[in-house]
Design a protein around this ligand. Structure first.
Ligand SMILES: *[C@@H]1O[C@H](CO)[C@@H](O)[C@H](O)[C@H]1NC(C)=O
Ligand SMILES: *[C@@H]1O[C@H](CO)[C@@H](O)[C@H](O)[C@H]1NC(C)=O
Ligand SMILES: *[C@@H]1O[C@H](CO)[C@@H](O)[C@H](O)[C@H]1NC(C)=O
Ligand SMILES: *[C@@H]1O[C@H](CO)[C@@H](O)[C@H](O)[C@H]1NC(C)=O
Ligand SMILES: *[C@@H]1O[C@H](CO)[C@@H](O)[C@H](O)[C@H]1NC(C)=O
Ligand SMILES: CC(=O)N[C@H]1CO[C@H](CO)[C@@H](O)[C@@H]1O
Length: 658
C-alpha cells in the first residue's frame, strides 16, 4: 500500500502516565490526554508534533461536550429554541482498564451526586479511549447513565469535537461530491467576514486568500444525513507529506432518530465533529427529556479517529479513497470485539431479525411487489413513525435487497418495533407485533406487506413521495451568496439565501400550479416561504393548484394527501374553490420547529395529512386548491412539501375498475 505504514516491526502499545497527562503510543500514533479530565490535548503522527490546534487552550482541542438543561417546569424557561447549557465534559477520575502490548483502554469518569444539582447534568459519564497495536488511530466511546432517583433534565446535543491545526488542514471532505479547500477561521472575523441573517452564515469580504472573496461560509451547508455520515475529515496537503485526519462512524445504532436525521460534520475551524445527538433539522421534538424517575444508560460509539498519510505525488483523492476503505473495514468489524466495557455488547450478545418487505397499493397494482432498497429498522417501541423523533434508545437499520429481503443483524437485546418507509409511496410502515430481541436470537418475521394510505384512484399528483423537496424547483443562489462547491451540484439546495429568491420570482402574485400544464421541477418552488415587504415585514403566502375534473361524484368523498418534508413555525390552511372560506377545509395549527429553511436542509421531520374532500366542494371543469402558509414571523418560516395527491372516491368494485 501507499501508506507509510512500512513499520516492519509493529511495536506494542505503550502507556506513559504522567502527573497531568497520559500518553498512549503504538509507534504509529501518539495520543496525549489530560489527566484526570480526559481531553485529547495532542495527537502526534508521522513526524507532525500535534495535529490539533496548538494555539488553543488544552481543553479546546479534542473533547466530548453536552448541551443540557434542568428538566420539568424549568425547561419552559429556555423557550422554543432549546438553548441549554454547554458543558465540555471534564472527568474527575482516571483509571487504566486494559494495558498490554495489544491494547490500551483508558477510562475517564465523572460521577454525579446531589451536591452538583443545577451545576452539572445528572449523569455519570465514562469516557473511554482505546489504542490497538498496529492501528493508525484510536477509538473513543462513552457511557452515559442517569440513575432512577436523580432529577429530571434535558439533553439537546452531545458530540465529540476536534479542533485541528489551521495552518495545516485546509482541504475538507464530507463525501465524494462534497469536498473542497476551505477558508480560514480568520476569514469569518469582523472586517474579513460579514455576518448574514444569522451568526453561522458569514460572507467573506476580505479573506486572507483572495480566492474565497464573495463566498458564504456556513457550517450548516456541510450537514449530512446519518445514513451517509460514516466518514469525513480533513487533509493537510504538503508537497513532501500529506496527512489525513478522519472521523469514522462504523455504525449509527447509537445516533438519535434513524437514518434520515441530519447532523453537522466538519466545518471551518478546522473542526471535525462526531455528533451523537442534536435537535438540528427537527427542533424541540428531539430534545431528550428525562423524568425524575427515569433510569437510562446509553453507549455512544465507539468511533474511530483514523490517520493516514502519503509522501510525494500527493493527491487528496488517494487519502480519501484510503479513508473510505478504512471505513469499510471498520463497518465489517462491527460490533468491535475489543471494547472492555460490559455495556458495549459483542456480536454474540446481540440478535437478528430477517424477513421480506412487499408493498401493495391496490389502486396502482393488485399484486404484492417486493421492495428494493427500502430502509427497514428496529427502533424502541412507539407510535408509527416515531423513530424519527426517538433518541434515548438504539436503532438498527438495514436496506432490503433486490427481492425485498432484509436481515438486521447485531441488534441489542430489548423490545422494538420494526419500521420502514418506501420511496415512491406515502406513509410509514410498522409491523403489528413488538419484536423481542434476545442474545443470539434469529427471528424470521416472514413476508411483511406495506399497504400505504390510499382510498381511491390518483386523479393527479405533484412531486415524488420520498420525504424530500429536492425534486422541486431549487433556484440558483443570489450571486452575492455563493458557496462554489454547490454550483451545478446535485445538492444545489445547500446554498445560503434561497428563501429570498421566492419573492424575486413571485414579487406580487403567488405561485400558481396547473395540473397537466405545470412541471413541478420548474413551477413548484421547493419551499413555501414568506414574502418580504418593503417595510421589512413578512407576509404569508397562498399557492394555488388548478385542476380540471371531467366528472364529479357529488355524493363521493375525495381524499387530499399532503405529505410534508419539513415545516418551521408554519400553519397550513387548505381551501377548495373558495379562497375566503372560514374556517378553511383544513388547518394544521402551528406546526414544526425544524429550522430547515435557514439550515439549507431539504427535509426535516416527515408529516402526512390526509384530508377528506366532499364531492359537493368540487365542480365539473376547473377547480382550485388554495394552500395558505399563514404565519409571517420571519424569512425562515414555511413549508417544504414532499408530495401532494388528490384521490377520487373509492371504487365500489376495485377489480372491475382496473
Ligand atoms: C423478552 O424475552 C426475554 C427472554 O425470553 C424475556 O425474559 C422477556 O420477558 C421478554 N420481554 C417481553 C416484553 O416480552
Ligand atoms: C453549470 O452547468 C451548465 C451546463 O452544464 C453550464 O452551462 C454552466 O456554465 C455551469 N455553470 C457554472 C457556474 O459552472
Ligand atoms: C408593511 O407593508 C404591508 C404591505 O406591503 C402592510 O400590509 C403591513 O401592514 C405593513 N406593516 C407595517 C408594520 O407597516
Ligand atoms: C359516488 O359515490 C358514492 C359514495 O361513495 C358511491 O356509492 C357511488 O357508487 C358513486 N357513484 C359513481 C357513479 O361512482
Ligand atoms: C380551465 O383552466 C384551463 C387551464 O388553466 C384554462 O385554459 C381554461 O380556460 C379554463 N376553463 C375555464 C372554463 O375557465
Ligand atoms: C363552488 C365554488 O366555489 N366553485 C368554484 C371552484 O373553483 C373554480 C375555479 O377557481 C371557480 O370557477 C368556481 O366558482
Amino acid at each position: 500500500m501507499f501508506l507509510m505504514l512500512q513499520f516492519i516491526l509493529v511495536l506494542g502499545v505503550r502507556l506513559d502516565i504522567q502527573d497531568k497527562h497520559v500518553i498512549m503510543d503504538n509507534g504509529i500514533v501518539q495520543v496525549t490526554l489530560s489527566k484526570p479530565e480526559g481531553i485529547v490535548t495532542g495527537i502526534q503522527y508521522n513526524g507532525l508534533d500535534n495535529l490539533l490546534e496548538v494555539v488553543n487552550d488544552e481543553s479546546d482541542r479534542g473533547y466530548w461536550d453536552l448541551v443540557w438543561d434542568e428538566g420539568g417546569n424549568k425547561t419552559t424557561k429556555k423557550g422554543a429554541k432549546g438553548k441549554g447549557r454547554f458543558d465540555r465534559i471534564e472527568a474527575t477520575n482516571f483509571t487504566v482498564i486494559v494495558e498490554n502490548e495489544e491494547q490500551v483502554e483508558l477510562s475517564f469518569t465523572r460521577k454525579w451526586n446531589f451536591s452538583l444539582e443545577g451545576k452539572l447534568a445528572p449523569l455519570n459519564i465514562d469516557k473511554r479511549f482505546i489504542m490497538l497495536r498496529g492501528s493508525s488511530g484510536f477509538y473513543m466511546y462513552a457511557i452515559y447513565e442517569h440513575l432512577k432517583e436523580w432529577p429530571a433534565f434535558d439533553i439537546d446535543n452531545t458530540r465529540i469535537a476536534f479542533k485541528l491545526r489551521k495552518d495545516k488542514f485546509r482541504y475538507m471532505v464530507i463525501a465524494e461530491e462534497r469536498q473542497r479547500f476551505m477558508p480560514l477561521p480568520d476569514d469569518r472575523s469582523p472586517g474579513r467576514g460579514e455576518v448574514l441573517a444569522y451568526a453561522e452564515a458569514v460572507r467573506l469580504v476580505d479573506p486572507v486568500e483572495p480566492e474565497f472573496i464573495g463566498e458564504v461560509d456556513d457550517k450548516y451547508e456541510y450537514s449530512c444525513e446519518s445514513r451517509y455520515n460514516r466518514v469525513h475529515g480533513w487533509i493537510s496537503i504538503d508537497p513532501s507529506k500529506s496527512i489525513g485526519f478522519w472521523l469514522i462512524m462504523p455504525s449509527y445504532e447509537f445516533r438519535s432518530a434513524g437514518p434520515l436525521k441530519q447532523y453537522l460534520t466538519s466545518h471551518v475551524g478546522p473542526t471535525a465533529l462526531s455528533v451523537f445527538h442534536s435537535i438540528h433539522y427537527s427542533g424541540v421534538d428531539l430534545i431528550m427529556k428525562f423524568g425524575p424517575n427515569e433510569p437510562w444508560k446509553k453507549v455512544y460509539g465507539p468511533v474511530f479517529i483514523y490517520l493516514n498519510s502519503l509522501s510525494d505525488g500527493v493527491t487528496s483523492t488517494k487519502l480519501w479513497e484510503d479513508a473510505k476503505q478504512q471505513m469499510v473495514n471498520e463497518i465489517e468489524s462491527w460490533p468491535y470485539t475489543f471494547p472492555a466495557s460490559e455495556d458495549f455488547l459483542s456480536s454474540d450478545q446481540r440478535g437478528k431479525v430477517e424477513g421480506r418487505l412487499l408493498v401493495r397499493d391496490r389502486y396502482i397494482n393488485d399484486a404484492f411487489i417486493p421492495v428494493r432498497g427500502a430502509y427497514v429498522g428496529l427502533a424502541p417501541v412507539g407510535e408509527v413513525g416515531s423513530w424519527q423523533r426517538e433518541a434515548k434508545g438504539y436503532q438498527f437499520w438495514t436496506i432490503t435487497d433486490d427481492k425485498g429481503y432484509f436481515s438486521i443483524i447485531n441488534a441489542r437485546p430489548g423490545n422494538y418495533n420494526l419500521n420502514s418507509w418506501v420511496t415512491g409511496f406515502i406513509g410509514d410502515y410498522q409491523h403489528d407485533s413488538v419484536i423481542n430481541i434476545t442474545s443470539g436470537c434469529a427471528i424470521n418475521v416472514g413476508e411483511l406487506v406495506y399497504e400505504p394510505p390510499r382510498d381511491g384512484p390518483t386523479l393527479w399528483e405533484i412531486g415524488i413521495p420520498d420525504r424530500s423537496a429536492a425534486e422541486f424547483y431549487v433556484p440558483d443562489p443570489n450571486p452575492m451568496y455563493i458557496n462554489r462547491l454547490y454550483v451545478n451540484h446535485s445538492d444545489r439546495f445547500r446554498q445560503y439565501g434561497l428563501w429570498e429568491r421566492y419573492a424575486e420570482l413571485y414579487p406580487n402574485e403567488d405561485l400558481v400550479y396547473t395540473v397537466g400544464i405545470s412541471d413541478y421541477t420548474k413551477d413548484w418552488f421547493f419551499a413555501q416561504v414568506t414574502r418580504k415587504k418593503d417595510n421589512n415585514t413578512y407576509q404569508g403566502t397562498t399557492w394555488q393548484i388548478n385542476f380540471k375534473l371531467d366528472y364529479v361524484n357529488t355524493s363521493g368523498t375525495y381524499k387530499l394527501r399532503v405529505a410534508l418534508a419539513s415545516v418551521h413555525s408554519a400553519e397550513l390552511e387548505i381551501r377548495i374553490n373558495n379562497s375566503g372560506a372560514n374556517p378553511p377545509l383544513f388547518s394544521s395549527g402551528l406546526i414544526g420547529k425544524d429550522n430547515t429553511i435557514a439550515r439549507h436542509g431539504i427535509h426535516g421531520l416527515y408529516r402526512l395529512y390526509s384530508i377528506d374532500v366532499q364531492g359537493t366542494l368540487l365542480v365539473q371543469g376547473n377547480n382550485t386548491i388554495f394552500l395558505t402558509q399563514a404565519t409571517n414571523t420571519s424569512p425562515f418560516v414555511g413549508i417544504l412539501y414532499d408530495y401532494v395527491r388528490l384521490e377520487g372516491p373509492p371504487y365500489t368494485n376495485l377489480k372491475h375498475q382496473n
